[in-house]
Design a protein around this ligand. Structure first.
Ligand code: ADP
Ligand code: MG
Length: 244
């Protein structure tokens, strides 16, 4: 593997007595695309949220780009800027135009001036194929377009790593393809990505690696052909059979 961009060591996370992550070890190389699959409640979102410290791990370590996020002395805001996250719900500001949605966080968080923020916003809207929607409000866009704007907003912050938590699960089926196409482009450009998804075709075609989680542990971890095509564990087979 190339230099690990994301490293998770002995990660545990409990909510009260509910131990949701029970010892996760994972290394993701630079430019690697890892799809995380598994049943509802298996801890996929919690794992992603621990990787950018939206949740504080109960035990264990998380490193991104060689910096330990779980070090109490780390400047977490600085590290978090290197990690983009895209959720099932797009969370765009409804009262701001598409361009304003992209420029506001750059100006507030990165302190970019208006001209630079606007230039970066325009570049990233072009990347997701939505230049013509620059002045539209979110409500005027389809769900798929709103999700592409959310991706462009994340990219405008210049992340080294992108985390996606079921980015197409809230979309009408006919809108899923456009969002997956943008993610495929990012993968081809060499972005390091962790993608929680139920889109097995995407996982098979784009992922370098598939991680199957169940009950807060990684049950299987391997190439898509291995984990999806020829699962070694009954739990994985059972999960996959219910998706098809
Ligand atoms: P998945 O994304 O695989 O569906 P999650 O990581 O969302 O699973 O949730 C795993 C478990 O953790 C679930 O039992 C869920 O109820 C619990 N959980 C997640 N977030 C919280 C929270 N903030 N407080 C309490 N319990 C939580
Ligand atoms: Mg989830």
């Amino acid at each position: 593997m190339s230099r690990p961009e994301i490293q998770v060591k002995g990660l545990h996370k409990s909510f009260g007595d509910n131990e949701v992550l029970r010892g996760i070890d994972l290394e993701i190389g630079q430019g690697e695309v890892t799809c995380v699959i598994g049943p509802s409640g298996s801890g996929k979102s919690t794992l992603l949220r621990c990787v950018n410290l939206l949740e504080e791990p109960t035990r264990g370590q998380v490193f991104v780009g060689g910096t330990e996020l779980t070090d109490p002395d780390v400047d977490i805001d600085a590290v978090r800027r290197r990690i983009g996250m895209v959720f099932q719900q797009f969370n765009l500001f409804p009262h701001l135009t598409v361009t304003e949605n992209l420029t506001l966080p750059q100006r507030r968080v990165l302190r970019r001036d208006r001209a630079r923020a606007a230039r970066v916003a325009a570049e990233n809207l072009a990347r997701v194929g939505l230049s013509e929607k620059a002045d539209a409000y979110p409500a005027a866009l389809s769900g798929g377009q709103q999700q592409r704007v959310a991706i462009a907003r994340s990219l405008s912050m210049g992340p080294e790593v992108m985390l996606f938590d079921e980015p197409t699960s809230a979309l009408d089926p006919e809108l899923v393809g456009d969002v997956l196409a943008v993610m495929r482009m990012l993968a081809q450009e060499g972005m390091t990505m962790m993608v929680v998804t139920h889109e097995m075709t995407f996982a098979r075609e784009v992922a370098d690696r598939v991680v199957f989680m169940d009950g807060g542990v990684i049950v299987e971890d391997g190439t898509p052909d291995r984990v999806i095509g020829d699962p070694a564990h009954e739990r994985t087979r059972h999960f996959l059979s219910r998706l098809l």
